[in-house]
Write a protein that binds this ligand. Structure first.
Ligand code: NAD
Length: 497
């Protein structure tokens, strides 16, 4: 059976296929969906060089902000029109349940709308400069920016970055994950139809260690915005530093879900289910550590066990499926190895614990939703699984919950569940994390800065912070009264500085 090939999108059109290609699998069936290009170092060099010509032409970077607003809002409308196709494609390439992808993708156009509005409304400043001098600060685009995105929310994460970068007037070169690149590769045509000039959004595919590396090491880029693992950040950071290229890094997490006795056990369990098992545990803010106060521990554990066992693992295209596949055989193996190490360290499997299948042929990369009772210093309690294997930890006090919550090298998201108003503020204030939710988990919005502390990242996506990170400040100093008399004879009080 022949499968489609989806090439790079460069200068407003699909390029010819590369000689070597990469297959993209449906992880729920292991059948190939399409092939994509590998992109060589020479091709990257040529793409960056053309992208600079486009930047310098000013056809996007110097466009009036009202015109950038018009293109991005039209792209948002087109995305809404075609969202059903994107939902099916996203489900097929990630193995995530269609109901999740429908809910997630229906909000993606909001990122275009938000950043279009920022482009239109963002204002510069006038400083209180001494004397008859007017000093204006304006923000100008950086140049050619490189976006490197992961497989777990392919379209959402790419769009968060693309929308901010384009709104600010940059030329974007985006490389989606080789594991789930198809929805992003389809964006080129949509933006073209919205009126984006050719060459402003360049979409390339390839392996991270090859194409991703060539992009990040290119000396002519102006910024790298990576969402991925800490190892990937460490691979790109030294060269970026040498080339003086700023990096935004959205990395991994080990989000604690802090559950206090004032919360109804039923609500606590629902919170844990959503935090732990959305996307089969493959989100950076997966609530992978359930820190439960001892006063509700036994009741919580009993109900959690019952609810997790009842979760419907199945075909992601089925509307009733609650848990889809993980992304690959390697992800299944990573989950299995975490379970093995956790039990080796004295952990007790409450439910799940192994690979599972949803059909007689045994195809697809499925792992059971798994809960393991463990202690706070175990491998499972400290390291990111990025799969549906969740640590359950009994805690004796508020202090212990806070201490454990802060006890990993990650600090991205955390949630605090309590009906005690003072406790909510007290605990949220003490937790070290870029995002703390109170009585919620994984709530987000294009206006709300997103990013971690410690090894979870650098810089922010979303909000004014993200927009400004795609610009640099230009200071213009206009003199309307300071005479240039310094080297005249006998000038008293001539101004210097
Ligand atoms: P990954 O780091 O393996 O890959 C991410 C991207 O980096 C891919 O496009 C990949 O091809 C590319 N890449 C890999 N090696 C590279 C290199 N040497 N140079 C340049 N590019 C390279 O991550 P993944 O497995 O796709 O995603 C999972 C990770 O991403 C998890 O750690 C997860 O927590 C994190 N993540 C973080 C956020 C966040 O907002 N903080 C969101 C989603 C995922």
């Amino acid at each position: 059976m022949s499968i489609p090939h989806i090439s790079n999108w460069i200068d407003g059109q699909y390029t010819p296929p590369s000689a070597a290609t990469i297959p993209v699998l449906n992880p729920a069936t292991e059948t190939p969906l399409a092939t994509i290009n590998t992109t060589s170092a020479e091709d990257i060099d040529s793409i960056i060089s053309t992208s600079w010509q486009t930047f310098n032409s000013g056809k996007w970077s110097a466009l009036d902000s009202s015109e950038r607003f018009a293109v991005l809002t039209k792209a948002s409308t087109l995305l809404r029109t075609h969202i059903t196709d994107f939902i099916s494609l996203e489900t097929a390439q990630t193995g995530r349940p269609i109901r999740e992808m429908r809910a997630q993708l229906s909000r993606v156009p909001e990122w275009l709308e938000y950043f279009a509005s920022l482009a239109r409304t963002h204002e510069g400043r006038v400083t209180p400069f001494k004397g008859p001098v007017l000093n204006t600060l304006t923000r100008v685009p950086l140049g050619v920016v490189v976006l490197i995105t992961p497989y777990n929310h392919p379209l959402l994460i790419a769009m968060k970055k693309i929308a901010a970068a384009l709104a600010a007037g940059n030329i974007v070169v985006v490389k989606p994950s080789e594991l789930a690149p198809l929805s992003v590769l389809k964006l080129g045509k949509l933006f073209k139809e919205a009126g984006l000039p050719d060459g402003v959004l360049q979409i390339v595919s390839g392996y991270g260690a090859e194409t991703g590396k060539y992009l990040c090491e290119h000396p002519r880029i102006s910024k790298i915005d990576l969402t991925g693992g800490f190892g990937t950040y460490r691979a790109i950071a030294p060269v970026a530093a040498m080339n003086m290229v700023p990096v935004t890094a959205e990395l991994g997490g080990k989000a604690p879900v802090c559950l206090f006795p004032s919360v109804d056990v039923d609500v606590a369990v629902k919170a844990a289910l959503f935090a732990g098992f959305i996307a089969s545990g493959q989100t950076c803010v997966t609530g992978s550590r359930l820190l439960v106060h001892e006063d509700i521990y036994e009741a919580f554990k009993e109900l959690l066990d019952k609810r997790v066992r009842a979760l419907r693992v199945g075909d992601p295209m089925d509307e009733k499926t609650q848990i889809g596949s993980v992304i690959s055989a390697a992800a299944v193996e990573r989950c299995r190895a975490f379970v093995e190490r956790a039990t080796g360290e004295g952990g007790k499997i409450l439910c799940g614990g192994g690979r599972t299948t949803i059909n007689a042929e045994g195809k697809g990369f499925f792992f059971e939703p798994t809960i393991i009772e463990t202690h706070s210093t175990s491998d499972l309690a400290r390291n990111e699984v990025f799969g549906p294997v969740i640590a359950l930890i009994k805690c004796s006090s508020e202090d212990e919950i806070v201490r454990i919550a802060n006890g990993t090298s990650y600090a991205l998201g955390a949630s605090v569940w309590t009906n005690d108003f003072t406790q909510a503020h007290r605990v949220a204030g003490r937790i070290e994390a870029g995002i703390v939710w109170i009585n919620g988990h994984h709530l987000n919005d294009p206006s709300s800065p997103w990013g971690g502390f410690k090894e979870s990242g650098l810089g922010k996506e979303n909000g004014v912070e993200a927009y400004e990170s795609y610009t640099k400040v230009k200071s213009m100093v206009v003199n309307y009264g300071v005479a240039p008399v310094w080297f005249d004879e006998e000038v008293a009080g001539a101004r210097y500085g």
